[in-house]
Design a protein around this ligand. Sequence first.
Ligand code: ZN
Ligand code: ZN
Length: 429
Amino acid sequence: MTEPKTAAETILIDLPGILPSLEIAYKDVHAHPELSMQETRTAALAAAHLTAHAYEVTSSVGGTGVVGLLRNGEGPTVMLRADMDALPIQEATGLEYASTDSATDSSGATTPVAHACGHDMHVAWLMGASALFAGARDAWKGTLLIVFQPGEETAQGARAMIDDGLLTRFPKPDVILGQHVMVGPSGTIAGSAGPITSAADSLQIRLFGRGAHGSMPQASIDPVVMAAATVLRLQTIVSREVGATEAAVLTVGVLQAGTKENVIPDEALIKLNVRTFDDGVRARVLAAIERIVNAEAQASGAPRPPEITPLDRYPLNVNDEASSDRVAAALRAHFSTDRVRHVGPAPASEDFGCFGTEWEAPSVFWFVGGTDPVVYERAKEAGRLNELPVNHSPKFAPVLHPTLETGVEAMVVAALAWLSRDAGAPARP
Ligand code: ZN
Ligand code: ZN
């Protein structure tokens, strides 16, 4: 047997040994998903795990957030983050460890819950990485700041932890690292410098008309027609007001009005979601929405102006260029180059970016493939990649292997780009 050479090899030597327990932890969290800001069970598991590995543990940071600190001598501070929350979705994966749990949402309604975005995988990855670093302290130096975050799906969690003093109660990181499981061949990693996930804005719009008998439209101001015209006109923002090399998505996900076919209702409701990759484009699109919504109401003779209410907002998540290059170099040196792919920004959104922005620290976020490579290749050949179950689908089910070990390895290797005893030294050829 040859001696381990790099810090990554030394630390990862224990990965096969802990993999069975990580798999058990993953299946357990998957089978017991919790809604955003209600992650008490998952947080308790994370805290117990960190305590068992001699971290200084602080629970209840911003609700159910858990922070673990491992000081290992002089050196940089690296923050590793995983989100913990699940979604109000009925799981339809057919897995033997599928969730049958339900929960009460913030409106008081009972809803099924499922880990349809893979945050259970993120929890298992971070458990794995934190255990490996704790078990091989001689191979690295510096401080590890482990963050299990609540409420990503509602854009509440990162903000809640920051508002609860995360920035003042814990050491400022030199870099903040996070990763997300996505559609892509399992065993591969993808990312790039610059914007990596989009800004997202959700708005609710109430359009006011005047109800009347369906047989007497002249007595009404019909909010159904007003809403229909508004939805169509909103689609011209991306097609007519956003440049060919810019990008934006505008989706109307809710359109509601009326209760009976012969009654013209009083009002209509629209809920929409906007994704952008540039602050200037974002401002322009939001201004155009307001302009069109108000103008369509006016064109209908609405008795009062529409009511536009922001529902939630995710910031643009930008990978720091130098740090991103450092992570990519480390990943390429560890994995074979064909396992590290370059992808542009995803039209998904994340509140991960809040940490770096608020702490004024560089951050890097990347994607780990979770699709069976054979299934992925077949779908690609058939031109059916867009039929694979994506995040938030009731059928979203990452294959366990090698997704689990790839995410643990990626996190360890990326963190070592700062924490390894020879980090900062010229790269090996
Ligand atoms: Zn999600
Ligand atoms: Zn997610």
